[in-house]
Ligand binder design. Sequence first.
Ligand code: FUL
Length: 462
Amino acid sequence: MSGSKRPAPAALAPTPSARQLAYQGMGLIGFAHFGINTFSGREWGEGTEDPRLFDPAALDADQWAGAFKAAGARQLILTCKHHDGFCLWPSRLTKHSVASSPWRSGRGDLVREVSEACRRAGLRFGVYLSPWDRNAPSYGRGAEYNEYYLGQLEELLSGYGEIGEVWFDGAKGPGVDQAYAVDRWVALVRRLQPGAAIFSESGPDIRWIGNEDGVAGETNWSKLTPLGSISGSDAALLGRGSPDGSEWLVGECDVSIRPGWFHHPEEDGKVKREEELLELYLKSVGRNSVLLLNVPPTREGRIASADANSLAAFGRLLERAFSEDLASGSTASASSTWGRDPAYAPSGASSDDAGLYWAPEEGETSPWIELEFTGPRRFDAVSIEEFVELGQRISAFRVEARRGGRWIGLAQGTTIGYKRILRFPPIEAEALRLAIDGSLATPLVRRVAVHRLETPARPGER
Ligand code: FUL
């Protein structure tokens, strides 16, 4: 085959949309639960709360955006309306909103303030609009409520610039039954905000990961055959996806930095620290998913200092660990390489260029790629990326390091997907090998990078 060009390997359906790729590329995104519950001290309001309760005297949306930005978040989603029905913008469709509150003398619009602060900080802005509404008199009256909900959605999608994500919460309390016109919600988002990724328990762009702990399955396919309605036994399936799923559905791991989704002063001592947040990052972003981290502002309308400090320290940990690839400059070799087109050369595996990947010859049963470092490297984590544009393929792999001429197993796993990060005890080595033991079709590896998560050397390390 020397000198000849081969066409790129054929796509393995399903494949991600540009919208889904852009979404997953964000990695870490923020969530801000804020509303009448912040003032009543509840997690689920009843819908009967007096709007006059809402008065965040020192509200500073730039401070929120800055706190999320410091962690490295790329987007912030605001609970524009939670289950209690209170709207953080002056909706024309109800009086149960900031317009009936003392905040900014009833002339405030928090959706505007937060969306503009996000833009100033370089964050995308996303909206959460609870379908379950305990205040709307029409809730439970079928079409009437659906019109109301669509009207509110239209206000949010047309009045606040570009929206990065729309979050449809699946929570629905007992009692009143209301059938949702989900197809119409999706059509409206596609029409007004074609770039917005849509989250619901089962898509169409982003799927719920099946828990609210911020943790994806160790095996995690970005593919699933939509479940329709979700029952408890489906949680594990949501966490791991399915190799033969019919749709591309990226998993999103939602979790709060505190026990509750809303800020309660009595939980000020229970804010997750940066090490815990890094662990969650490895179990979400590091498992082919996205981390949606909730940090709820206080009654004053600010992110509390404990939360802001954790976010900033978390951001520093991520920056220190992942801004550098300790394998850069390595010489790559492989069991074989697809064709001779330089775009498919093994060095593509350690390149940042999104257009490059390494693929072995078709039909090879145990392909591998090795990176010979420019000198010994001390590291405790490896991140691997598949070229998912042509479908997710790898189902079994191993990572080994060569030290003093001997190969040592560091980690093994099943899926890789958009990104897989593996952590192991620190080791000093001269070379790294990725061996692929199972793949649905010719594996395509975009990148293999080497990292150090911990700086202090501990006694007894290998
Ligand atoms: C759940 C809701 O019931 C919680 O209050 C919170 O908003 C969480 C993100 O989703 O379904």
